[in-house]
Design a binder for this molecule. Structure first.
Ligand SMILES: Cc1cc2nc3c(=O)[nH]c(=O)nc-3n(C[C@H](O)[C@H](O)[C@H](O)COP(=O)(O)OP(=O)(O)OC[C@H]3O[C@@H](n4cnc5c(N)ncnc54)[C@H](O)[C@@H]3O)c2cc1C
Length: 416
């Protein structure tokens, strides 16, 4: 229907208007429609289209796609499953098969122009009305309550759409968050700058991450036999790097991971470079009268742990459940939405802390180096260790003192 109709239900209004139709917005809209609500999903972009993002989804995000009946559909587009993960710190290199997350034992790294369109299609199949190239220009209000949106359709028509709730799934620069003045907390300024591009003939079956002091170089297989290869650097290097992105990217990999630079020379780069230094870390209060935030609009962090999309899926489920209760009259909206914030933060805060630690690209400390060494001949615990990356093991679970002591003792590496 994209662009063909000018928001058929605008007169009657909707239960929910979702602004932004990528991972957070289309998932939230789909789940609400499946619960029987009238939902309008809009995005200023046309689809399929790409966006600034690499795109690994660990087991923990893939499990939600599976639960929604979409993982097989995504794999059928030629998206390779990723079940084995390798981390390379130079002095030690480990490979593992993480434990399943809620029964799912694969990750995926789909191109965004495939994934986002697949989610939009699933939302439309579930009964969502979708309008692409629809720019939301302002929110409607009644006192401090948000009552809908005003925007411009692809034909240039100005449309007013009343709704019981407006969901901002409109990314970290969210118009919805800005308009309502959503409070920001746990804020940490950007720590990294990341550039990425795509290679063919890299012959990569699994996810491979190189960790070096001040550098992170992940490579992940994606659609069309390509691999996305990222180079993350401390934020302080941004001004220098942006003068020559291609030169800086290859020079950093050559300097810090020369054996991988050799592999890249044998492969062929097939796309331009993308990247950004603008990766702030923050939570926003995700609700108020008549509005809610989901995805990057409500919670943004460094991409080093590749959790953005999986967190958006999780929060889509939590938010849809809360809005359902409010729309059904089962609970007052502020109570249901306050629980949404609590559930989001309970799950996100430990991983946020872990993400900020990883984004500092610190050299290995002596204890960590010793634990990694101990894991070389211990497949069971090595798989658990990789469960952190897959999202099936919590970082604090693995690094609990008794667990570390057990692993070191078993390897005969416990310091006296
Ligand atoms: C370099 C980099 C690498 C990354 N790598 C990974 C990774 O490997 N794995 C991972 O999970 N995450 C990764 N991320 C993070 C991930 O990209 C985000 O977490 C994710 O895209 C957030 O999705 P979203 O739906 O919340 O927002 P977005 O993807 O930002 O979508 C917001 C949508 O809202 C629309 N919109 C905005 N304003 C309006 C308006 N006024 N009217 C109408 N529409 C509007 C936009 O057009 C857009 O389509 C990476 C990010 C970066 C920068």
């Amino acid at each position: 229907m994209a662009g063909a109709t000018a928001v058929t239900g605008a007169g009657r209004g909707y239960d929910v208007v979702v602004v932004g139709a990528r991972v957070a917005g289309s998932a939230t809209a789909m789940l609400l429609a499946r619960m029987g609500h009238r939902v309008l999903l809009v995005d200023r972009m046309g689809f399929p289209s790409d966006t600034m993002s690499s795109h690994f989804i660990p087991f923990y995000g893939a499990a939600r796609l599976e639960r929604w009946g979409l993982l097989d559909r995504l794999l059928a587009t030629g998206c390779p499953p990723v079940a084995r993960l390798t981390s390379d710190w130079g002095q030690v290199r480990l490979t593992g098969r993480p434990p399943a997350y809620q029964g799912t034992r694969v990750g995926v790294c789909p191109r965004r122009y495939v994934l986002d369109k697949l989610l939009i299609d699933a939302a439309v199949e579930s009964g969502v009305e979708f309008e692409e190239r629809f720019l939301v220009t302002e929110l409607l209000g009644d006192g401090d309550r948000v009552t809908g949106v005003r925007g411009r359709t692809s034909s240039g028509a100005r449309v007013t759409v009343p709704a019981s709730f407006v969901v901002g799934a409109d990314g970290m620069r969210s118009l919805v968050a800005r308009t309502v003045g959503a409070e920001e907390y746990n804020t940490v300024p950007p720590l990294t700058v990341t550039y990425y591009t795509y290679f063919e003939n890299l012959n990569l079956d699994d996810l491979l991450i190189h960790w070096r002091p001040g550098r992170c170089v992940p490579a992940i297989p994606t659609h069309d036999g390509l691999a996305v290869v990222l180079c993350g650097s401390p934020h302080a290097e941004w001004r220098e790097l942006r003068k020559d992105v291609e030169g800086g990217y290859f020079a950093a990999i050559e300097r810090d991971v020369p054996e991988f630079a050799e592999r890249l020379r044998d492969a062929r780069r097939v796309e331009r470079f993308s990247g950004t230094h603008h990766v702030p870390n923050f939570f926003r209060k995700p609700f108020g009268p008549g509005w809610a935030l989901v995805g990057d609009a409500g919670y943004h962090k460094d991409p080093v742990t590749a959790l953005g999309m999986s967190d958006a899926f999780r929060d889509a489920e939590y938010l849809a459940a809360a809005l359902h209760e409010a729309l059904e009259g089962a609970r007052p909206a502020d109570e249901a939405l306050a629980e949404y914030e609590v559930r989001r933060n309970r799950d996100a805060e430990p991983l946020y802390k872990y993400t900020l630690e990883q984004a500092r690209y610190q050299p290995l400390d002596r204890l960590t180096a010793r634990v990694l060494k101990a894991l070389e001949d211990n497949e069971e615990d090595r798989d658990q260790f990789f469960g952190i990356l897959a999202g099936s093991v919590l970082p604090e679970e693995f690094s609990a003192l008794d667990n570390i002591v057990r692993i070191l003792t078993r390897a005969g590496l416990m310091p006296t």
